[in-house]
Design a protein around this ligand. Structure first.
Ligand SMILES: C[S@@+](CC[C@H](N)C(=O)[O-])C[C@H]1O[C@@H](n2cnc3c(N)ncnc32)[C@H](O)[C@@H]1O
Length: 259
């Protein structure tokens, strides 16, 4: 872990941990996660200048939508920390409401998100981009990204293999900093950014998304407001200051904007 990342862990422990968590100090990693999530919750309840909170159906003017979950494949999202489930529900609702024809996802991981986006957008072709196992990211990444990259490289089989949705899910391989997005220019209806979480990568991935998106499309980012190793909030606050109308879902870490 780099010195800056150690400083983030210490800051989160000082600000986010509480007396009860002292009873679990024999699990230091879990206490560090707990403190980080406490800070996320605190800043969700007392936003003090963060992105405005709005459910996706309200921002997109939809009354209702039903969503489909894929049992075991949804386990990456249904965790003890509820914000991930909120993000999954909100992304599935975006798919249902927008009825996209082309979805682009950065960060395939186990393919759980890809299966849910394709399943909740039955008319869509879904393109999902991840690093090939042999390629290292060219920009700097966070410690958490390094873990995700290694886990993706180890994944033997994507969650969507063997499902009817698999025929509409297209895996692409490359580093988003160097990948050629030109075949998607102006064609994408829903763009989900969930690759590396350093400021440099989230900025790069957003600029590529703007090139790819149609007017009226939606860009969504995962992990906004998370207080660990994460450049998402810094970049999105910068973008909001430039006049972009970006919301975050209440209780979740999904941020989104209409293009
Ligand atoms: C948090 S996981 C994505 C989770 C996934 N979207 C889901 O719905 O379950 C992040 C993924 O981004 C990939 N990634 C990290 N840096 C990348 C880069 N520079 N280019 C492409 N993919 C990258 C990692 O390999 C990892 O699989």
């Amino acid at each position: 872990m780099k010195a800056r990342e150690i400083a983030i862990v210490i800051r989160n422990l000082v600000l986010g941990a509480n007396l009860e968590s002292l009873g679990s100090l024999n699990h230091p990693r879990m206490v560090a996660n707990y403190a980080t999530e406490c800070r996320f919750l605190y800043h969700s309840l007392f936003p003090n200048g963060g992105l405005p909170q709005k459910p996706v159906w309200e921002a997109l003017g939809a009354e209702q939508a039903s969503v489909t979950f894929y049992g075991k494949a949804s386990e990456d999202w249904f965790r003890p920390v509820a914000s991930y489930a909120t993000d999954l529900v909100s992304m599935c609702m975006l798919c249902q409401i927008l009825k996209p024809k082309i979805i682009f996802e950065i960060g395939t991981y186990h393919g759980s998100g890809a299966l849910h986006w394709a399943g909740n957008a039955p008319g869509a072709e879904l393109y999902t981009l991840d690093l090939p196992a042999s390629v290292s990211p060219s920009l700097s990444v966070t410690a958490m990204d390094t873990q995700h990259i290694a886990e993706h490289a180890r994944t033997a089989q994507m969650e969507f293999v063997g499902t009817p949705e698999a025929a509409r899910i297209h895996c692409l391989y490359g580093d988003t900093a160097t990948f050629d997005f030109s075949q998607f220019a102006g064609k994408v209806d829903l763009f989900f950014i969930d690759g590396a979480h350093s400021y440099g990568y989230v900025r790069n991935d957003t600029l590529r998304a703007f090139d790819c998106c149609k007017p009226g499309s939606v860009i969504a980012w995962h992990d906004y407001g998370k207080m660990g190793f994460n450049g998402v909030s810094r970049w999105l606050h910068e973008l909001a200051r430039q006049g972009k109308k970006i919301y975050r879902v209440p209780g979740g870490s999904l941020a989104y904007m209409k293009v």
